[in-house]
Design a binder for this molecule. Structure first.
Ligand SMILES: [Fe+2]
Ligand SMILES: [Fe+2]
Length: 332
């Protein structure tokens, strides 16, 4: 909750004077206060809007604290309740604390104590909300990781010649991202994109995907569809929505001769330009049934030659510098 926003309080007390005094005091402290004089009014107010805190008379007509606690539980509300009691009702106030009341206030009211109690509960509530947000972020990150792993495994099960390709592309891409001073969040996104860049191959016919020899023109045209299929698979998943365009464009060339859209230069998302180079590097240094793998030297030679044509010049420089420091042409 935003600390500057009003804390919504339901003040339920049958005593008119108590209601008036406390409401005036709390409103003066910028809280948003509704009043109820009976249990019926209190439960009706609770149905109409959400409250952050209920200050409730322990002897509220038609609704004891225990009825109120049961009502909140039935309605699935986690609103904090502070009971208001006379000294004679101290035992019941303590029982209410055992049953889940956040605190109690004794009559006659010490307004300093009221202010302190409300602030303490507000701070607790803020802390709980922060904890819940952090937990939610952790859960989402874990879900994204697990989904990535499951999808990557599915892709590898289909594309048996490329086991480990996604993971290697992801790790080369992250190295380049570090060289370009990407934030940790962006590096994480790049790693997910690297692992999933060929997910669209799930939609390619087995005879083409696992053909031992080179693909003919017709087969190659079918294979090229994998980048669009990959985008199509990932787009409906909110956690992968910003990765989907990177997947779509990972085969665009810097000079505009790539696919699927023939984008050139800065039109291609930078992360896709990075994946394009890493994808090439891993493919050319991997063994194929129809050719031996290129050496590191040979691969870097080709990347240097294709700088500005196939590959983004800056991305190429960073990659070459990382793998062959003495060849670096520009400092970054
Ligand atoms: Fe690909
Ligand atoms: Fe690939």
């Amino acid at each position: 909750m935003n600390r500057n926003s009003a804390f919504r309080i339901l003040l339920a007390d049958h005593n008119c004077r108590t209601r008036r005094e406390l409401a005036r005091f709390l409103v003066h402290r910028n809280h948003d206060v509704d009043c109820a004089s009976t249990g019926y009014q209190a439960t009706r107010a609770l149905r109409k809007r959400d409250y952050d805190l209920i200050l409730s008379d322990i002897n509220l007509p038609q609704l004891s604290f225990f009825d109120l606690a049961a009502h909140l539980e039935t309605e699935g509300l986690e609103t904090d309740v502070v009971v208001i009691a006379n000294l004679l009702d101290l035992d019941r106030a303590v029982s209410a604390m055992h049953e889940g009341a956040a605190d109690f206030l004794l009559r006659p009211h010490d307004l300093k104590k009221v202010a302190y109690t409300v602030e303490r509960i507000r701070e607790l509530k803020d802390r709980r909300a922060d904890d819940a947000r952090r937990l939610q972020i952790r859960r989402e990150a874990q879900m994204q990781e697990e989904t990535t792993l499951a999808l990557a495994r599915a892709a590898e099960e289909r594309d048996r010649m490329n086991i480990g390709h996604g993971r290697r592309v992801a790790s080369y891409a992250v190295e380049i991202g570090r060289g370009l001073c990407f934030t940790e969040a962006r590096l994480e996104r790049l790693a997910f994109a690297g692992k999933l860049h060929d997910i669209g191959k799930i939609g390619i016919d087995d005879a083409i995907l696992n053909k031992p020899g080179r693909l003919n023109d017709e087969e190659y045209a079918v294979m090229k569809r994998h980048s669009e299929i990959g985008e199509y698979i990932l787009k409906p998943v909110s956690a992968f929505r910003d990765i989907a365009p990177i997947i779509r464009h990972h085969h665009e060339r810097f000079d505009g001769a790539g696919y699927p859209d023939g984008l050139a230069g800065d039109e291609i998302p930078l992360d896709a330009r990075i994946l394009c180079l890493c994808d090439f590097f891993d493919a050319i240094t991997s063994k194929r049934p129809y050719r031996e793998p290129a050496s590191l030297e040979q691969a870097l030679e080709i990347i240097a030659e294709e700088k500005g044509a196939f590959f983004d010049p800056l991305v190429s420089e960073v990659f070459i510098k990382m793998h062959h420091p003495r060849r670096a042409v520009v400092a970054i």
